[in-house]
Design a binder for this molecule. Structure first.
Ligand SMILES: [Zn+2]
Length: 102
């Protein structure tokens, strides 16, 4: 089995900072320049994968996994259905479900 390894801590720290910066920028741009926001989300995800840094939970719910769009109330729909929160992306119709009932 392939051995799993971590990237050096310093690199991971920088990667983490970049992910946060990119998401902040994506948030700022998302309403006026959605294409740019999409690019920032894509870059942040790529960095996360390369340096094995997890994208924090609160940010993970904010973008579409399929088209990388930064989700706002204008380009997404949030509905409660059968004990699930259903978040749909209005750009590509991709949706995700989260359980909220225990
Ligand atoms: Zn989408």
């Amino acid at each position: 089995m392939a051995r799993s390894y971590k990237k050096p801590a310093a690199q991971q720290r920088i990667a983490n900072e970049r992910i946060h910066d990119l998401f902040t920028q994506a948030k700022v741009r998302s309403s006026k320049q959605p294409e740019l926001a999409r690019r920032y989300v894509a870059l942040a995800r790529k960095i996360g994968m390369k340096y094995k840094v997890r994208i924090p939970t609160e940010l993970r719910l904010r973008f579409c996994r399929q088209c990388n769009a930064y989700l706002l109330s204008t380009n997404s729909r949030v509905r409660l259905r059968n004990g699930m929160v259903v978040v749909s992306c209005l750009g590509c119709k991709h949706f995700r479900r989260f359980r909220y009932k225990c």
